[in-house]
Design a protein around this ligand. Structure first.
Ligand SMILES: [Zn+2]
Length: 300
């Protein structure tokens, strides 16, 4: 496998992450990753977020002659003005969120990157909570919806790859969608799994320094984004920080043309972490942590 931990010259921060946790993590994420990197395939038209439906544009009253409205309405004396809710000020950035996996796996194959001979299933099934029994695709959607709200409150434009579980969208298609939607960054929300229930922690996944499918500058941006998110999510949740891990066989990364990061929130095979991630409090911490990482990235 092409897992490489970044160790570069002036990058002390990375070394910190690489410490200890990486080897363990590399073994461990294999589980989710083998599943995390793939999704179902779809026709692009179905993928577009449901947010814009042209359906509701029937003018309500175009029939009949316009009735002269009766006497002018007297202005109400005291219309209690509702407390103005401050509208978030748009910051000009678009974040595309991909809640990892979907209700039904799709074992159809697709190349892992542009021009690649190696293929992987379009959508893997993902992992499952050992204590909660929650499937990964449900947890990723729950947290992603919180992340959507969190980001909107901070002024981001947000596009969701999916808002329901029963979809069929491959990893490549999710990456395509992220670019087509005009995303500035692409956040793929996942949870991790391991055969060893003792393994725990948060990590992010980014392309390796010599990823053959991406330009060098894009690779650097992915790594930067991934490091910042791992730091912030770990800080917000108290989960162990396993750092940013480089992998070159993730279809949903390799097909991407904008900065992308896979966020492995925590291990659903670790009872304590699974139970924590099942609570709204922790889910909100994760969402806020990811948003902090994105803020940090754009403020760099
Ligand atoms: Zn996954």
């Amino acid at each position: 496998m092409n897992r490489r931990v970044y160790r570069e010259k002036n990058d002390g921060k990375l070394r910190r992450h690489a410490r200890g946790g990486i080897v363990l993590t590399a073994m461990v994420i294999a589980l989710c990753l083998s599943g995390c990197g793939q999704k179902g395939e779809e026709t692009p038209s179905e993928i577009m977020p449901e947010e814009t439906s042209a359906a509701s544009f029937v003018p309500a009253e175009t029939t009949g002659t316009p009735e002269p409205s009766a006497a002018p309405v007297v202005t109400p004396e005291a219309s209690p003005t509702p407390a103005p809710t401050p509208e978030p000020v748009a910051n000009g950035y678009t974040v595309v969120i991909d809640p990892g996996h979907q209700q039904h796996a799709n074992s159809g194959q697709e190349p892992i990157g542009p021009g690649a001979e190696e293929t992987k299933p379009k959508v893997a099934s993902g992992t499952q909570g050992v204590s909660t029994g929650t499937p990964e695709y449900q947890l990723t959607l729950t947290v992603s919806l919180r992340l959507e709200q969190e980001l909107k409150q901070r002024g981001y434009n947000v596009v969701m790859v999916r808002t329901v579980n029963d979809v069929d969208i491959s990893n490549k298609e999710r990456a395509d969608l992220a670019a087509r939607a005009g995303g500035d960054v692409f956040i793929r929300v996942h949870a991790n799994g391991s055969d060893d229930p003792g393994v725990s922690g948060t990590c992010t996944i980014c392309p390796g320094a010599e990823n053959p499918y991406m330009e060098e500058s894009l690779i650097r941006q992915c790594r930067d984004l991934s490091e910042r998110i791992a730091d912030k999510v770990s800080a917000a949740t108290g989960f162990r920080n396993l750092g940013a891990i480089a992998m070159d066989n993730m279809s949903g990364i390799n097909w991407c043309t904008i900065p992308v990061s896979i966020v492995e929130m925590g291990f659903m095979t670790n009872p304590a972490e699974d139970e924590a991630m099942g609570t709204p409090e922790c889910q909100q911490q994760i969402a806020a942590g990811i948003a902090d990482g994105i803020d940090d990235y754009f403020a760099r």
